[in-house]
Ligand binder design. Structure first.
Ligand code: GAL
Length: 398
């Protein structure tokens, strides 16, 4: 009898330990902004199992995994039909999702997937409406670690169920996101939960209440300076909504895509780091140049993004094309980015660094991140020459 009681107690303790470990794991996903790679920006609807495996290999061999890029996220167009029991299948581009997850995990990486609360995804593939729990369980069975949940055709449901009633539509949308959150929780597998509804209805105000670890704040990015910088600059004022566990997401990186110049890629990486944005690379790693690798893997830029304080940066000062953004870091240091969004070189004539507003009383020690240079002590009147569409990124210490 005593032996049986002791065994029972041991089993109970084990169960308790496992469930609290799971709860803790769920809470700690996205303690800092998630980092990884996503298929959409480069491969879009053409992505295959092979592209994901090649990407996983390259995340390791280029050093990106060790720099922090651990999530390999399959975006839209992986979905097949449902079987007789309603279980979602992957399509012929992804012959065996479980085997793919095992492969990705064997590389020390994590696998992400994509769906929609609507009947169809944005690319018109099968989505989760009416199958939320089943889909979450299928993802968990495959070994999925991250879900991007994209509103897409759920808009039709909202319009049909609450025609011309924005408040009721908003309620339906929140409920749909909450439903999938609960379905994920029920699987007991920690998954990063990424909302994609283009920043509607001030999602930053209610994202955490539906379990989101990140939420898109805008429509889609594209690989050109105007779109990227418009999105980045429109994040001003959102800093107070980001915190460890849940982040504003100005969309995935286009660094290395399109015709972005070197300075434009630096501006992109700097803006996202200053914004404590998720760093989800979107380039084709099989063609990544050393120059692009160096930008994506710059240790200090990543450290600014991932800083444990978890404070998003904000605009401190703007004068014409020059903008100064500030991000507080742990230990009282501050990252300062001086952007030139203009069409010609900026010399900062008449523009100070605004160190006082940045919280410093006098001179500061400065490190220039992209120049990899210790600048020693600098004052408010220090001038930088900033190329067209370029940036100077400093880390300042008292
Ligand atoms: C869009 C989304 C993109 C991508 C695409 C896939 O709605 O914003 O990031 O996921 O759908 O169809």
């Amino acid at each position: 009898m005593r032996v049986r009681n002791t065994m029972l107690m041991a089993v109970c303790l084990l169960l308790l330990a496992t469930s609290s470990a799971l709860a803790a794991a769920a809470q700690t996903v996205a303690a800092t902004p998630p980092m990884g790679w996503n298929s959409w920006n480069f491969f879009a609807g053409k992505v295959t199992d092979k592209d994901i495996r090649d990407t996983a290999d390259l995340l390791v061999s280029t050093g990106m995994r060790d720099a922090g890029y651990v999530y390999v996220n399959i975006d839209d167009t992986w979905e097949g039909e449902r079987d007789a029991s309603g279980r979602i299948q992957s399509n012929s581009k992804f012959p065996d999702m479980k085997a793919l997850a095992d492969y990705v995990h064997s590389k020390g990486l994590k696998l992400g997937i994509y769906s929609s609360p609507g009947a169809k995804t944005c690319a018109r593939f099968e989505a989760s409406l009416g199958h939320e729990e089943q889909d979450a369980q299928t993802y968990a069975d495959w070994g999925i670690d991250y879900l991007k949940y994209d509103l897409c055709s759920y808009r039709t449901v909202m319009q049909q169920q609450a025609p011309d009633d924005p408040a009721a539509q908003n309620k339906l949308m929140r409920q749909a996101y909450e439903k999938m959150h609960q379905a994920i929780v029920k699987t007991r597998r920690p998954m990063v939960y990424s909302l994609c509804q283009y920043g509607w209805d001030s999602v930053w105000e209610w994202g955490p209440s539906v379990g989101a670890n990140l939420w898109r704040t805008t429509g889609d990015i594209s690989a050109n300076f105007d779109r990227m910088s418009l999105i980045g600059r429109s994040q001003a004022g959102l800093a107070k909504f980001a915190a460890p566990g849940h982040w504003n997401d100005p969309d995935m990186l286009e660094v290395g895509n399109g015709k972005l110049t070197h300075d434009e890629n630096l501006t992109h990486m700097t803006l996202w780091a200053m914004l404590a944005a998720p760093l989800i690379a979107g380039n084709n790693l099989t063609q990544m140049t050393p120059e692009i690798g160096a930008i994506l893997m710059n240790k200090e830029a990543i450290a600014i993004d991932q800083d444990a304080l978890g404070r998003q940066g904000d605009r401190l000062y703007a004068e014409g094309p020059v903008e100064i953004w500030l991000k507080p870091l742990k230990d009282g240091r501050k990252a300062m980015a001086i952007f030139n969004f203009g069409e010609s070189t900026a010399e900062m004539r008449g523009i100070g660094l605004h160190l006082k507003e940045a919280g410093f009383s006098g001179q500061v020690s400065a490190n220039d991140v992209w120049a990899a240079k210790d600048l020693g002590r600098i004052g408010d009147d220090s001038k930088f020459t900033i190329p067209r569409h370029g940036v100077v990124l400093l880390v300042l210490t008292k």
